[in-house]
Design a protein around this ligand. Sequence first.
Ligand SMILES: [Zn+2]
Length: 194
Amino acid sequence: MIDHIFEGNRAFCENEVRPNCEFYEALATGQKPSVLWIGCSDSRIVPEMIANVKPGELFVHRNIGNVVPPLDLNAGTVLEYAINHLKVQEIVVCGHSDCGACKALDADLSHDHMIPNWLSNARPAQKRVDDRLPPASTETERKARLEAIAKENVRLQLEHLRQFPIVQKAEAEGRIHLNGVYYDIASGDLSVVE
Ligand SMILES: [Zn+2]
């Protein structure tokens, strides 16, 4: 498998980097992304591809379920660097269809240790949806419920983001805008989560 990665890299250098060497040489001198993208680790979600942007345009933070635990050192460090040093103007939290983290909220995870703890940061999203929707009994309803949980999780993580003093301050001063979005894997559509 790792050979496949190196073969792919040789093709990338030949087909992408060499024909665009001026772009990559300039890129090598520094980054100035305007967007912090917070997304899921899911292998099907490729932020630059979804947004059709080049390397250097998105500062990316990914984890299982695109969650932002209010006391997470990793997320806090990313936010501090992105806001204070890179001076990004937009923060995007991206949820997506068929999200394993959202599905896992319904699963028996009693044999896991880390995952249930991590997913507790998304649990309120599931609860909010189940409080407002009747139990799903058909496949269509189950899919709709999962989509509703993924979108509610985006709203929840925006709330978590706003618990970080650095985000509160930057948003109050108009230096950053927070955006919730939802990506549909089958269609490729990115939509706003109100
Ligand atoms: Zn996911």
